[in-house]
Design a protein around this ligand. Sequence first.
Ligand code: V4E
Length: 223
Amino acid sequence: MMSVEVERKFVCNADTLKTLEKIGAVCLGQRQFCDQYFDTPKFELTLRDLWLRKRKECWELKCPTAVNGTEEMSGEQSKAAALCSRYKEITNLPEIQLRVKEVLKDVCNDRETETSRSQEDESWLSKMNLVCFAEFTTVRRSFTLEEEGVQIDLDQADFGYSVGEIEVLVPEGGDVQSALEKIERTAGMLGLTGDQRVEGKMNVYLKRNYPEHYAKLLSEHVL
Ligand code: V4E
């Protein structure tokens, strides 16, 4: 099952928890996970805005979606939409392997074509020249606004960066516009006023650890 993740990141401050309580957000609990991100040594995936991740033994590929419908939005709506990102999430491993292989075939045509059958078999990574370029642990507290289908995550990464996210998962082909509206309403309830996109954990990680690649992603408008 594929879905589209629509999310808006925000800066959390000392009042965020109190505000969440006030607006009736329900705490879903706290969990900790380690993320590993993979790419070729020349960053051929991330330069195409493809993010291959392993979290708790599960693989996920985030892919950009075609952004449709902004022409039908009012000025205010498209300003709000610009603060959100939307990515298609592929979690089925054979599908991930096929998609990655397809993309990497364009840059090098001698990749081996076989895909691995099990989650444990990681030989496909070296066959596709994929290496782990980022690894970090996050402590996440999650909240939900039940009537809205909105999740709010407060993330603390182990390299010293904290960020909040308002997130709505839309089944593929579902209503992205209504997800954007839910996010906008939630942002209002949280009293978010800024009109600047807030950096994600990976942006900050790349800036610190791979400044040249970060600059390239910025100049190619990936970040
Ligand atoms: C899509 C993306 C990256 C992958 C990490 O995505 P993110 O949603 O930030 O991570 P996380 O830990 O919250 O994943 P979840 O638990 O929600 O699945 S790294 C960079 N990008 C691109 C990107 C972008 N273009 N703009 C913004 C604001 N963020 C990320």
